[in-house]
Design a protein around this ligand. Structure first.
Ligand code: ZN
Ligand code: ZN
Length: 394
């Protein structure tokens, strides 16, 4: 297998834009690619930038109904009457919506294909990770579920065990729903508790269809305010164990960065340092369990200036195998670009926020808010994997 790393990118991906005041603003992707470029991350010899092609109906209907595709296509001419979750405050209709959403889905399929064919060891599409879209409806800023389409495409290539791990602060409900009855796909989501955040699902007791696919969904719902060390403690208490037990042939990771402490949509408290550590943990896991076959997607993240560009530049550097030193200074040219755009946020000066990313491994003898979440997930899910919820070695 090649050790090349593919970064799927084309400025056309910035066409997925829900309007000037909508949180899902494409400037977050633009500033990320510019920061990564300015810091030399994209000139790493291993990295090849690959242009995506729009996914056709043949791919999109692996996950979505044809009637929904038709609705997305005609939505610009009937934004209020089209239904299917479209034309709402969350999912406003915009010109070119079908084509730009299909391009994102095509990008995630391209990333999956490059890894599947061995032309890249890892492949990343930061425009992807639109994990809330459902079979027949838009939801949570997501029109087409590129993650589910890429997984469905991999299944069609004959994969028998695919693991999807979702780091976004919101539950990966659309991907979970797409494969809840499919024993070939494990979905793992670590997020803010559904008691206090959209979409209101992702409870630990959601563990896959009890008849058809028990133990193929794992959910960790963290309390508001969970910080770097708490998040990492929970992650390491659950995710590596279930992924190892499932023995996936390929790993898909949704890297939404809205668990950040400044994110306007949610209430967790990670720094870019904790997020950097989470990406390294996923990278290590990919090499450990599936020979590095790793497809990396973006997701949420609404700190347009201070969070997303830094978090995902760290992600691109990590995937490229040459992680950035946290104290790396942010170049003046990037700061000037931010200021020239009139964004009313103080640009950051370095790639760190000084977050403490040490953590103590979980054991059954301590008890705090995060541990209660961990215990609930381990109790619900671990027996389905043949793991002991109370044994810290599992
Ligand atoms: Zn999110
Ligand atoms: Zn690697």
């Amino acid at each position: 297998m090649s050790d090349a790393v593919s970064v799927v990118w084309d400025d056309a991906l910035l066409g997925y834009t829900m309007g000037g005041d909508h949180p899902m603003h494409p400037v977050r992707l633009d500033l990320t690619m510019r920061l990564a470029d300015t810091l030399g991350v994209l000139s790493n010899d291993r990295i090849q930038v690959v242009k995506p092609e729009a996914a056709g109906a043949d791919l999109l209907t692996l996950v979505h109904d044809q009637a929904y595709l038709d609705a997305v296509e005609r939505a610009p001419s009937d934004p209020q009457g089209v239904g299917h979750g479209l034309g709402t405050a969350d999912n406003p209709v915009f010109e070119g919506m079908y084509d730009s959403a299909a391009l994102i889905a095509g990008g995630s399929v391209a990333a999956a294909r490059l890894v599947h064919e061995g032309r890249a060891q890892h492949a990343v599409n930061i425009a992807g990770g639109l994990h809330h879209a459902m079979r027949d409806a838009a939801s949570g800023f997501c029109v087409f579920n590129d993650a589910a389409v890429a997984i469905a495409w991999l299944l069609a290539q004959g994969y028998e065990r695919i693991a999807y791990v979702d780091l976004d602060v919101h539950h990966g409900d659309g991907v979970q729903a797409a494969f809840y009855e499919d024993p070939r796909v494990l979905t793992v989501s670590i997020h803010q508790t559904p008691l206090t955040l959209f979409p209101g699902t992702g409870f630990p007791e959601e563990t896959g269809d009890p008849e058809k696919a028990p133990g193929t969904a794992v959910n960790i719902g963290l309390p508001n305010g969970t910080d770097d060390s708490g998040w990492l403690r929970a992650f390491h208490a659950v995710v590596p164990s279930v992924v190892r037990a499932f023995q996936p042939q390929i790993l898909i990771t949704q890297c939404g960065c809205d668990a950040h402490h400044e994110d306007p949509m949610a209430d967790l408290a990670l720094t870019v340092d904790g997020q950097r550590a989470s990406y390294k943990a996923m990278h290590d896991l990919a090499h450990e369990v599936c020979e590095g076959r790793w497809v990396v997607l973006g997701g949420g993240g609404y700190g347009l200036v201070r969070c997303v560009p830094r978090a995902w530049t760290h992600l691109l550097a990590e995937v490229g195998g040459d992680p950035l030193t946290p104290t790396t200074a942010i170049p003046d040219s990037w700061v000037r670009d931010v200021l020239a755009r009139g964004l009313r946020t103080e640009p950051p000066a370095t790639m760190t926020e000084g977050g403490w990313t040490g953590f103590q491994h979980w054991d059954p003898f301590t008890e705090n808010r995060v541990d209660r979440a961990i215990t609930r997930t381990r109790t619900a899910a671990f027996p389905l994997f043949g793991l002991d919820p109370d044994d810290p070695r599992d």
